[in-house]
Design a protein around this ligand. Sequence first.
Ligand SMILES: *Cc1c(COP(=O)(O)O)cnc(C)c1O
Length: 396
Amino acid sequence: MEKRRVYMDYAATTPMKKEVLDAMLPYYNDLFGNASSVHAFGREVKGCLDEARDQVAKLINAQSSEIYFTGGGSEADNWAIKGVAFANKEKGNHIITTKIEHHAVLHTCEYLEKHHGFEITYLDVDSEGRIDLEELKNSITDKTILISVMFANNEIGTVEPIKEIGQIAKERGVLFHTDGVQAIGNVHIDVKDLGVDLMAMSAHKIYGPKGVGALYIRKGVKLHSIVHGGAQEKRRRAGTENMAGIVGFGKAAEIARVNLNENIKRLTELKERLINGVLEKIPYTRVNGSLDHRLPGNTSFCFEFIEGESLLLSLDMMGIAGSSGSACTSGSLDPSHVLMAIGLKHEIAHGSLRLSLGYKNTEEDVDYVLEALPKIVDRLRQMSPLYEKVAKGGNE
Ligand SMILES: *Cc1c(COP(=O)(O)O)cnc(C)c1O
């Protein structure tokens, strides 16, 4: 088998598209002005902010004036949650979120709980990673000020019932934030139709640059700022604008919007080929997450009797880049909080592998993985005393 280099970790980050880089480069030298300056150097870069805002807004059917640029997805999540919490302290101190959120949401909620007297409800999810809408309704009290449920999960790819949550939030007069970082560019999103009040986004998951993101803030939603200083972003988020980053994000958002249908179709086909192939070729394997409500490019498996970490290393030696658990938890021995929340036992969760697909992946890549992975899993299992027992048991 000829060795290939196969990147299947697009949920961790993506390479920038060439058009994105080309759009950004002038802003590092020729167009270096500060948009707040009155002189020509400042004036000539001001317009690109509006254009990028427009491009991002269009991807999610927001108004341009409802998009606020940030230093990434994590900052946008922090802003939405802390901003709403601090602005609504008089009204109530209760926030509802889920057990499967990204740490940018979970750790922000834990901080508010520990240091600012907020009460947080962490909703359970079912075995596919979806929340229960009845449990959500029953969790809302007259002290609830915010519901924060991610649009789509970064580990297992499950897409949550966002429109239904939006409806419940509206009926009960509670604000609704969703972490849309994994969803934009992969799912059709219309924030107006979905009843979303706030949504976090990030550029580097959609072939844009790292360190830039945005928060959608529905017109009329009140929240405190968390970055104080200058008057940028209509006085809501201080700091000299990351012009190149913002321009790159805008370009990436435009490409994502134009390519959305084709991207969904292509990735869905590759994903199905990969999932079906793995299940066919590798026994004692499960697929994590929902098959019906799933990101087009996400696959997540658990292979019994092996360790995800050794699997990743072996795959890496074959040129295949995947991930096990989330980047933040790997390195620690705790299994992923998401896999725990869907009810997996520790020993099963330890054998997890996420292969997330993106625009450079081809059928040949998938077939290469389908050839390499069964051999690696089998070799690792041969070293497991537990597997030996089970395999022998089967032969008797
Ligand atoms: C990557 C990611 C984030 C963090 O975004 P950054 O731009 O890397 O800070 C937040 N939420 C989800 C679901 C993510 O996948």
